[in-house]
Design a binder for this molecule. Structure first.
Ligand code: APR
Ligand code: PHB
Length: 390
């Protein structure tokens, strides 16, 4: 097989890039290890910054998001039994965020690829990016008994944190930075009306909690749990009881509970691999960086990578201008690190750190006190939460 851009990974990053490129007449092939049903069964986050929403529209995939997604102009921080609203729209030039599940967005991207006749090959095994620093970059993969080679100009590693692409960069070139947090998030999806119209991030001595939503009939809740907890240890009743304990009374009283449609524990991790380019290989999204979910930056950081890479590839093919490709890693990483900083900050602000000293705890309280008392501190939060410019 032959194509211009071979994309490893059919998550949101890989699909969005192939969709954008196709609309400019640049051919690509997407290789995905899992089946489409498996990819669409994963429950992920649901907060899109306006820049990401614009990119989806540019890809011709924004119609359902614009119809069914909710624009949120703010969210609430719950602490010490009180509620403090962060007015995103006021602080961030009228911009809120769009609440639209990543699962739905991925479905829209797959449907768009189908409509345009895009090639997405599922259930591939032993994917290998090869010849990265030679004039003949190529990818080999196995499907069943058959081994296929795809010759291409560029390889994009959009295969998530556990993918193969990052590992194809030699160890003496790749630098990995990591922080593991001493807790995870236990998440529950339930077919119940959300407890509040906007998201509530709750700081509590028993641990962090988040009330989120997918729609007016579908809610998503999380509580901070120790890394040693297993999801089997948490009955639905125990989850709801613990969530209520961490919310101010007026919120807990309104919480409508129901059976969990999905329940899972995700550890919290910050991770960046750099550089994001090696020869003909370009990393994008979770393949290169992970954030804890507290600042809702994961998918949005993948979006800015795709924006830079898409424009760099267009410049290469349409103007024979390779400056964007040469600068991709540095430009993408500059924004990625700002999202890392913000996610670390918001995680540190709102969680209970079991080993924190009394000094660190007092600083954490002071950070929150400063934030809620300062218009400019709230503006900085809003600027980062709604997305720094590309
Ligand atoms: N070969 C082919 N595909 C692979 C391989 C491989 N060796 N390894 C992983 N994949 C596939 C995974 O099955 C997955 O569908 O790559 C895809 C990567 O998708 P994601 O993990 O969703 O990563 P990405 O597309 O970068 O999405 C951005 O932002 O909010 C966060 O984690 C959230 O998924 C989200 C991410
Ligand atoms: C979610 O709805 O899953 C969600 C929302 C906001 C976050 C993290 C997760 O910060």
């Amino acid at each position: 097989m032959k194509t211009r851009v071979c994309i490893i990974g059919g998550g949101p990053s890989g699909l969005l890039l192939s969709q954008l490129l196709d609309r400019r007449g640049i051919a690509s092939v997407v290789l995905e290890r899992q089946s489409r049903d498996y990819v669409l069964g994963r429950i992920r986050a649901g907060v899109l910054e306006q820049g990401f929403a614009r990119l989806l529209r540019e890809a011709g995939c924004g119609a359902r998001m614009d119809r069914e997604g909710e624009v949120h102009d703010g969210f609430t921080i719950a602490h010490d039994g009180r509620l403090s609203r962060i007015d995103l729209a006021r602080h961030a030039g009228g911009q809120g965020v769009v609440i639209y599940g990543q699962t739905e967005l991925t479905r829209d991207l797959y449907e768009a690829r189908d409509r345009m006749g895009g090639t997405v090959i599922h259930d591939v095994e032993d994917v290998q990016p090869l010849g990265l620093t030679t004039p003949t970059p190529h990818v080999t993969f196995r499907k069943g008994d058959e081994i296929t080679r795809i010759d291409c100009d560029f390889i994009v590693g959009a295969d998530g944190f556990h993918g193969v692409s990052r590992r194809a960069i030699p160890k003496d070139i790749l630098v990995e930075h990591e922080r593991i947090y001493p807790f995870g998030w236990l998440g529950v999806l339930s077919r119940t009306p959300p407890v509040a119209p906007e998201l509530i991030y709750a700081r509590h001595p028993r641990g962090f909690a988040l009330c989120s939503l997918r729609s007016q009939v579908l809610s998503r809740y999380y509580i901070q749990v120790p890394l040693s907890d297993r999801v089997e240890d948490w009955s639905d009743a125990a989850f709801w009881a613990e969530l209520k304990r961490r919310l101010p009374e007026e919120v807990a009283a309104k919480l409508q509970t129901g059976p969990a449609i999905e329940k899972s524990i995700a550890p919290l991790r910050s991770f960046v691999a750099e550089p994001m380019r090696h020869g003909s290989l370009f990393l994008a999204g979770d393949a290169a960086h992970i954030v804890p979910p507290t600042g809702a930056r994961g998918l949005n950081s993948a979006g800015s990578d795709i924006h830079y890479l898409y424009h760099a590839l267009c410049d290469h093919y349409e103007k024979a201008d390779d400056a964007g490709l040469a600068n991709y890693s540095a430009r993408a990483l500059a924004r990625v690190w700002k999202a890392q900083r913000f996610s670390w900050w918001m995680t540190t602000l709102l969680h209970d750190f079991p080993d924190a000293s009394s000094y660190e705890r007092r600083l954490q309280e002071t950070e929150l006190d400063y934030l809620l008392g300062s218009d400019s501190a709230r503006a900085a939060l809003a600027e980062n939460y709604t997305g720094l410019p590309y």
